[in-house]
Design a protein around this ligand. Structure first.
Ligand SMILES: *Cc1c(COP(=O)(O)O)cnc(C)c1O
Length: 335
């Protein structure tokens, strides 16, 4: 695949590691061999998946002459933290619009990512009620900034458009290069599925590289059909952007929604268990909103015999651990 037609910043020093999780695999009875792709270790303050997408989105902004980035997310958004982080490095202004999806959850002095927005010195934070039209809110902010002579560029929520999703097509290729170099066979990949750029990019990349390893998405908010439709459309648009000759088969997009629990960002017992098991057996920190719920899905799929015995399963760790510090009471032992 050819990414050279698109502006891209070089935020990755090298490929993120793929590690065998021997302790966790043993704990689960060696039904399957679990591997992890450590995108939690990507550069950018606190690490995580948005760095790969921002390589393309911020390069596009710079190419268009922008001096200011506007983006949006939930009150504990990792995407907003990483956008703020790369704006520091690129000397771009950064304005955040936060959606208070769970009423009463935003406090300026919150811990976790919210604390880091301030430390990374974002230019402004506006909080809007859950269900707001986030694109309209960002455009409104953009008009205001333009009237002050600024050149704003809007990065959509999660950087999940065909430009940002290129970052995960590139990740799929990176994974295949690592597996081929190490003669490591992987049968199945499990990823979190949120604003969908990660999942869509991985699906397009696995087809585009002709590796065709099946990818399963674990939803963090939406019902299965809705999420599959969103991922499919974005994967198809991304494949077109890359001028891939093949289209995305609809059945290549598979989502599981039974690990969402009561809703986006709301803790579940299986998320708490997954966060504890990854910490205790592998010294890997997950997060409560994305990677913790995705790992809960992974553990359940393993325990329920979804993968044939002896399969090699790769979990994409998308990061997010700064959000743990906003959820400490959820992880107290007596909880
Ligand atoms: C944004 C995010 C995801 C989900 O990725 P999408 O591309 O939005 O689907 C998963 N994990 C973490 C830690 C994230 O911040």
């Amino acid at each position: 695949m050819n990414f050279t037609r698109y502006p891209r910043r070089a935020y990755l020093e090298e490929a993120t590691p793929i590690e065998f999780m021997e302790n966790l695999s043993t704990f689960l009875g060696m039904e399957v061999n679990l591997f992890v792709k450590r995108d939690d270790l990507l550069p950018g303050a606190g690490g995580g998946n948005k760095t790969r997408k921002l390589e393309f989105c911020l390069a596009d902004a710079l190419e268009q002459g922008a001096d200011t980035i506007i983006t949006c997310g939930a009150v504990q958004s990792n995407h907003c933290r990483l956008t703020a982080s790369w704006c520091c490095k690129e000397n771009l202004d950064c304005h955040l619009i936060l959606e208070e999806r769970v009423k009463g959850t935003y406090h300026p002095e919150n811990n976790g990512n919210n604390f880091l927005f301030h430390l990374l010195d974002v230019n402004s934070i506006s909080v809007v009620p859950g269900g707001s039209d986030m694109m309209a809110e960002m455009r409104k902010k953009g008009d205001e900034l333009k009237s002050h002579g600024k050149k704003p560029y809007i990065v959509p929520g999660g950087a999940s458009n065909p430009i940002g999703a290129l970052g995960y097509v590139a990740c799929a290729e990176e994974i295949m290069n690592q597996l081929n170099a190490g003669h490591q066979d992987i049968d199945h990949i499990v990823v979190p599925s949120g604003s969908a750029g990660t999942h869509a990019g991985m699906v397009a990349g696995m087809i585009g590289t002709n590796a065709n390893i099946p990818v399963s998405g674990i939803n963090v908010s939406r019902p299965k059909d809705v999420q599959e439709g969103i991922v499919y459309n974005l994967a198809e648009e991304t494949a077109q952007k890359l001028e891939m000759k093949m289209s995305i088969p609809r059945e290549a997009v598979v989502c599981y929604d039974q690990y969402v629990g009561p809703g986006y960002s709301l803790p579940t017992d299986s998320m708490v268990e997954a966060v504890r098991l990854f910490a205790k057996h592998e010294a890997i920190l997950l997060d409560p909103v994305y990677s913790g719920k995705a790992a809960a899905g992974l553990l359940d799929l393993v325990r329920s015999g979804h993968f044939p015995r002896g399969s090699n399963v790769l979990f994409l760790h998308t990061g997010g651990s700064p959000a743990l510090y906003a959820y400490m009471p959820t992880f107290r032992k007596d909880n």
